[in-house]
Ligand binder design. Sequence first.
Ligand code: DNO
Length: 354
Amino acid sequence: MDMTLRWYGPGYDSVTLEQIRQVPGVKGVITTLYGTKPGEAWEKDEIKKIKKVVEDAGLTIRGIESVNVSDAIKIGNKDRDEHIANYITTLERLGEEGINMICYNFMPVFDWTRSDLARVRPDGGTVLAYNQDVIDKIDPEHMKESINAMSNGFVMPGWEPERLDSLKELFDMYKDIDEEKLFNNLVYFLEAIGPVCEKFDIKMGIHPDDPAWPIFGLPRIVTNKEKIVKLLKAVDKPYNGITLCTGSLGSNQNNDIPEIIKACEGRIPFAHVRNLKYNTPRDFEEAAHLSSDGSMDMYKIMKTLYDTGFDGAIRPDHGRMIWGEKAMPGYGLYDRALGATYLQGLWEAIVKQA
Ligand code: DNO
């Protein structure tokens, strides 16, 4: 298990590599070239540059989150094959630099979705939260205004301004895409990138849909154990794995995370481990990582990862905003650092007990 922290790269993150290096046990970061557009090939020099910046700070790049998949690939339109060729080039260039864990998602239009990016909790910290009644009232084509108003001036991952500017076109492009077509397009993509993944021993970890059910009439295909197992079987190769995101899968209160971990044994190159507090079947908020602060059993999650031989990268996920920090919602330093040490504490106890 390699404990990591997500870092957005120079100019995008309020957290520095020097700070990350001081979080006990964290030796690597999960990063990306934030300025790149889905569909384009990443420049070799840019990859080398960010690698050097990270290594000069005494850390390594443990993986990429994300190499984003373009809407053309998800929809399967005329630009798909060109975009896949560029994706393969990116993987090849990352592989050549020894970077071989890639997180991506296959969510149409919106990446993760929340109704509130700064809900105040009883301890005064603020957190990301989701309320279905609020989401039901939002006009999805105007999500841009909602997200911009909530994001502290940061560009939120998955909510890049250029995407938000064309929401109407994006919705139109997806109007004939149902679950089955989306799934087939994902399989097509995974088969196409197979050779480059195998050549460089790259592990792809698809991120679950968040929340884990269809929203705004758009299909969602990575939401529960059955769908994940179907995907792992459809391309039954070690490179086709998942990012085990407990907060995303856990948004659906019917999902049993330890059972999902067991069903994915050997196919989890990356884990995002965080807790949620369920308030009602239609409302949850992102608690601190500790089991006692939320609704999930974090010990059981870490123990099941251990018991199934998990040896991938792991990171604490969205943290609360505490101690007056100003950062991208969910991605401040303080609470994620607390999460990283807590998860490592659980892990140490599990290892020693075994
Ligand atoms: C949100 C993240 C997601 C995730 C992507 C992976 O905080 O968990 O944006 O990085 O879905 O492609």
